[in-house]
Design a protein around this ligand. Structure first.
Ligand code: ADP
Ligand code: MG
Length: 258
């Protein structure tokens, strides 16, 4: 779907981010349209996680503009410094995004169901009886209906990650961000998580996914973004970027996956 003004979910422009002297993002532009699946690829250290973390305000950017659903979260002032919205607005804007990490980050002392309902109850002030049916529906979606009373330690890595996905969805985000959701999994468990994400794509959920799963990217991504050294080197539809890349750096990167 082309990104017109009305259906732009994420609009990030000229994002700069350094850690001390280390410039990590050096002018990154990223647009994500409603229902679009954008896959970000690139070598370790190229700035992919930092970019996701900046979008979700887990890191503050140094300069650039970020708008989520046409509502600006951070804008540059005349001196090219990033000015953030007040905290309460940032919280509200960021609550439109759910995030799934490489290391599931489930609460170990809570059951699967408790993990899923915790944030909707404490953050969104939903009632237990309101969120529990939603949580059960989500567990069914991720194929874990029979696990609601298990603790994370009783689950495989793939199951844990599917709980983490259900937990993020329970907050009813408009956008899901995934940072290498299968990188910590044994190869035989990645498929079930990728399948779950593919289902979300079929449900038209807007997603930004950092992954090294090129087969998945080719099949599911509407747009593939190749990052290297803190810049977007190349982006386009999955076929163009993954099969007929224009840039030598993209070709070199992809050659490692053959
Ligand atoms: P990727 O996800 O593409 O592997 P990252 O965004 O994690 O890349 O990291 C990009 C660079 O930024 C790396 O050199 C990393 O060491 C550095 N970096 C990331 N987070 C921090 C941080 N909190 N403090 C200092 N350096 C960081
Ligand atoms: Mg990373």
């Amino acid at each position: 779907m082309p990104a017109t003004m009305t259906n732009i979910m994420i609009n990030a422009k000229q994002i700069y981010k350094s850690f001390g002297n280390l410039a990590v993002l050096k002018g990154v532009d990223l647009t994500v349209a409603r229902s679009e699946v954008v896959v970000i690829i690139g070598s370790s250290g190229s700035g992919k996680s930092t970019l996701l973390r900046c979008l979700n305000h887990l890191e503050k950017i140094d300069s650039g503009d970020i708008a989520i659903e046409n509502e600006w979260m951070v804008q540059n002032n005349a001196d090219n410094q990033a000015i953030y919205q007040p905290d309460r607005d940032i919280k509200r804007i960021c609550s439109k995004m759910g995030m799934v990490f490489q290391h599931f980050n489930l609460f170990p002392h809570m059951t699967v169901l408790q993990n899923i309902i915790e944030a909707p109850i404490t953050v969104k002030k939903m009632k237990r009886e309101e969120i529990i049916p939603i949580a059960r529906e989500l567990l069914q979606k991720v194929g874990l209906s029979n696990k609601e009373n298990d603790y994370p330690s009783q689950l495989s890595g793939g199951q844990k990650q599917r709980v983490a996905i259900a937990r993020a969805l329970a907050m009813q985000p408009d956008i899901m961000l995934f940072d290498e959701p299968t990188s910590a999994l044994d190869p035989e468990l990645t498929g079930e998580v990728l399948k779950t994400m593919q289902k979300l794509a079929e449900d038209k959920i807007t997603m930004v996914i950092v992954t090294h799963e090129m087969g998945f990217a080719r099949e599911v991504a509407d747009k593939v973004v190749f990052m290297d050294g803190g810049v977007v080197v190349e982006q386009g539809n999955a076929e163009d970027v993954l099969v007929n890349p224009e840039h030598p750096r993209t070709r070199e990167f992809l050659s490692r996956f053959i």
